[in-house]
Design a protein around this ligand. Structure first.
Ligand SMILES: NC(=O)CC(=O)C(=O)O
Length: 291
């Protein structure tokens, strides 16, 4: 008898504290990914910049190659974690240096530890909110040039990184290519996080009637933020369902958020609100490009 297709997948978001010590970050990530796998996770997500502090002054020092014959230590460690935990691993992001140019890149592994895909942050985080938050990723990073999806037994899943969440086109194209979810390793901050983070996740979910999951670093200690200029991550890693409902979330502490993505929820939302059939691409053909 053919085995029934499972209609739900378990996801775990590892909101870990990131330090200046790469080896410690890799070890902490490993422990948490293995624990998530033991607790039944199918897909585990790490935060944006999980192996290095988040800041343009740090990227070069922590950067590694991802693809090719000599991947860096973070990639070897992530591959082993995915294999040992038997999970799909959306491996947060690391600063990537394929040759001379730097990227902020998310590597994605299957349960055997094979690299399935990489997503290079497409929209770089360049903002200036005077006196609160100035960040200019483009001063050292190059932008990625492709949209990313990977295949699972539940359906394809799209991947973006943090600032990519602000661009609805990316999630919409993923949805129209059949994705059941978008996953974003992210590091919003205490200026933009309270205003935008949940709102953007709920917007992307309800725009497309699919799941959205984000994974942030935990917030550093207040003294390190005040005295050493450490990036003040917002935290609040979350899973949002197809009608914009927050299924699981947290504050800014070191924790793992778990949730079930029940595909019946997605089918039901699309039955109740048939926007996929009702779109009028004849009136907005420029948005129809990109498939
Ligand atoms: N860190 C980011 O890429 C994005 C962010 O913090 C924001 O959009 O706000």
């Amino acid at each position: 008898m053919a085995s029934a297709v499972r209609k739900a997948l378990n996801i775990a978001l590892v909101q870990m504290k990131v330090t200046a010590n790469k080896a410690t970050n890799l070890q902490v990530a490993r422990e948490k990914v293995l624990a998530a796998g033991q607790n039944g996770a199918d897909v585990v997500v790490l935060p944006e910049c999980f192996n290095s502090p988040y800041g343009v002054q740090h990227f070069e020092q922590y950067a590694e190659p991802i693809e090719g014959t000599a991947p860096g230590e973070s990639i070897r460690a992530l591959s082993a974690m995915a294999k040992d935990a038997q999970v799909y691993l959306v491996g947060g992001t690391i600063p990537e240096v394929p040759q001379r140019q730097l990227y902020n890149t998310c590597p994605i592994f299957n349960r055997a530890g094979h690299l399935l895909a990489t997503h290079r942050k497409v929209h770089l985080f360049d903002i200036d909110v005077p006196g609160k938050m100035t960040f200019r990723e483009s001063s050292v990073l190059h932008a990625g040039n492709h949209l990313t999806q990977f295949t699972t037994e539940w359906g394809p899943i799209g991947v973006g990184i943090c600032y990519d969440l602000r661009f609805p086109e990316m999630a919409m194209i993923a949805a129209r290519r059949g994705c059941i979810a978008m996953i974003y390793p992210a590091a919003f901050n205490i200026t933009t996080g309270p205003v935008f983070f949940e709102l953007l996740q709920r917007a992307r979910a309800v725009d497309n009637l699919f799941f959205v999951a984000t994974c942030s670093p935990a917030r550093a200690d207040p003294e390190a933020i005040r005295n050493e200029g450490v990036y003040p991550a917002w935290g609040h890693s979350s899973v949002v369902g197809p009608v914009g409902e927050v299924i699981a979330t947290c504050d800014h502490e070191d924790t793992t958020v778990v949730a079930q993505l029940d595909l019946d929820r997605l089918d039901e939302a699309r039955r109740f609100y048939p926007i996929y059939q009702q779109r009028r691409f004849d009136l907005y053909p420029d948005v129809a490009q990109g498939l």
